[in-house]
Design a protein. Structure first.
Length: 511
């Protein structure tokens, strides 16, 4: 059984759908579901290249734009029947609530001007009877965005979910790593808060079904699975489903949401800026008040999926390396989005380079296999302790660190997260360009390239670039440059050796 919801909505009238957030976790999975239901899909993304390598990319129209830019939103909404709003600032700065508010208003206004028939928004389930001012900033903002759409002239379906369980979701990754890595857990008091998790399969099914709601439906729907559980229950049941020994869980009331987020960031791949809104949302009980969505999107037998079955599906996908999208598919808040400054006359100031080039006694294809397999469990081919320390330091200052790993052990695509890098460009058997998403006083890139010389022999070319920001940026580069011979030099040599050994059928070098 798949985690997706393919084939459940083929009876719907074909519609023209706009999907925002298509490079993110839910959006990247919703697009193929809409296509399989017979709909036409247009994607609004800041960087269309991020969608290029998705299997469904040739079947959609991708347009460049941003939800905070009225002109680009208006252009993207022309001729659209149903508009999916799947973006959220998620604590991307002190003004993220205002950013969310402004973007939602722009979207609602432009949808009305374009004659859109329906807006579908996936928001957060809020606790019953708790004043909005008492909610976490994350939940409060999501509730406000939903209210903006419901107050707008275009009919809206606001789907409200709590914890989403699916391979690669932030909630699943947090649950998975906390349970797997800590047989004995000293935990915050929120482990006793009840919540109603839902499998990503059912979230997608409801989202697709919402496109065909009657025109007079303009309301919010609570969506959840059949189980109401505490976080402690979820950890114990995860351990059982995953075949782990029973975990000992000791709650400690003094752990605040801020401390909890750093604790989660220390133990799991989810960094503190992402973990904090997730843990803050667990302060209050979030349980569905109704299941009215089933009147319009009927639940097939066995649905919504029980919690244990949703876990089993997610674990199966992880073990088979079939994770379609991950929480890190979307750019980390605060990460640079500037493209690589490739123009010779680039006017952005200083640009430091570290260039390494070596001959490789292997085919370009053999060298490329090593390059494309870099990072994650495969490592970075040089001084593992130095990479680990850099990752720890990044986590310490609230960055993503090295533990995001890879979506797929062998294949990369544009937009993938790769430890504390992001795949900015990939050209098979030619170029892999990574942009740093670690906390740095500047912008950094790492290029790994396959070349051939005039005699047709394979050459490996590696280039690290750094554009410093202010005096601190210059000081950073010069402070780390003495280590480049070990880190970058060793990396180039070991990649070349690994490709040569693989071509000769020899043993791989240590990474």
């Amino acid at each position: 059984m798949s985690e997706t919801a393919s084939g459940t909505h083929r009876h719907q009238e074909p519609l023209h759908c706009l999907v925002t957030g298509a490079s993110g976790y839910i959006g990247g999975r919703l697009v193929p579901e809409l296509l399989d239901a017979g709909h036409r899909v247009r994607c609004l993304v800041r960087t269309p290249a991020k969608l290029r390598d998705h299997p469904w990319a040739p079947r959609v129209e991708s347009v460049r734009g941003d939800v905070t830019d009225a002109e680009s939103v208006g252009a993207a909404l022309r001729g659209v029947d149903v508009a999916y709003y799947l973006v959220h600032a998620l604590g991307s700065g002190p003004d993220f609530e205002e950013t969310d508010r402004r973007a939602a208003r722009i979207f609602a206004e432009q949808a009305h001007a374009a004659g859109v028939r329906r807006i579908v928004y996936l928001g957060g389930l809020t606790p019953h009877g708790v004043p909005e001012r008492s909610l976490s900033p994350h939940l409060r903002s999501r509730a406000e965005v939903g209210r903006i759409f419901l107050d707008a002239p275009v009919p809206a379906a606001v789907l409200r979910a709590a914890v989403v369980i699916g391979s690669g979701s932030a909630s699943f990754e947090m649950l998975r790593y906390l349970t797997e890595r800590l047989p004995v857990m000293v935990t915050p008091s929120w482990v006793h808060t009840r919540t109603q998790p839902i499998g990503v399969r059912d979230v997608l099914r409801y989202l697709v079904g919402a496109a065909g709601l009657p025109a007079d439906i303009d309301r919010a729907f609570d969506i959840g699975g059949p189980d109401v559980l505490t976080y402690r229950d979820m950890m114990l049941r995860y351990a059982a489903v995953a075949g782990l020994p029973r975990r000992l869980i000791v709650p400690v009331p003094v752990l605040t949401p801020r401390l909890s987020s750093h604790w989660v960031g220390l133990v799991t791949p989810v960094p503190a800026p992402i973990a904090r809104p997730l843990t803050e949302s667990l302060r209050h009980e979030v349980v569905c008040d109704e299941h009215d969505i089933a009147r319009y999107v009927p639940d097939p037998p066995g649905h919504p999926l029980p919690f244990d079955e949703a876990l089993s599906l997610a674990l199966q996908r992880v073990r088979e390396a079939q994770v379609a999208t991950r929480w890190s598919s979307a750019a980390v808040p605060g990460a640079p989005s500037d493209p690589l400054p490739t123009d010779p006359d680039w006017a952005g100031g200083s640009l430091y380079e570290d260039v390494r080039e070596l001959p490789v006694a292997a085919s370009p294809e053999a060298l490329w296999r090593v390059i494309e397999g870099i990072g994650g469990d495969n490592g970075w081919y040089s001084f593992p302790l130095a990479w680990a320390v850099r990752g720890w330091l990044d986590r310490f200052v609230g960055g993503v660190g090295l533990r995001r790993g890879r979506r797929d052990a062998e294949r990369l695509r544009a937009g993938d997260s790769l430890d504390f890098w992001r795949v900015e460009e990939i050209e098979p058997v030619r170029l892999l360009r990574l942009r740093a998403e670690m906390r740095l006083p500047g912008l950094a890139w790492l290029e790994l390239r396959v070349d051939t010389d005039e005699r047709g022999h394979t050459r490996y070319r590696q280039r690290a670039l750094f554009h410093p920001r202010g005096l601190l940026g210059h000081a950073y580069w010069w402070s780390v440059s003495p280590f480049h011979a070990v880190v970058f030099g060793g990396m180039a040599r070991n990649i070349a050796h690994a490709a040569t050994d693989a071509a000769r059928g020899g043993r791989e070098v240590r990474r």
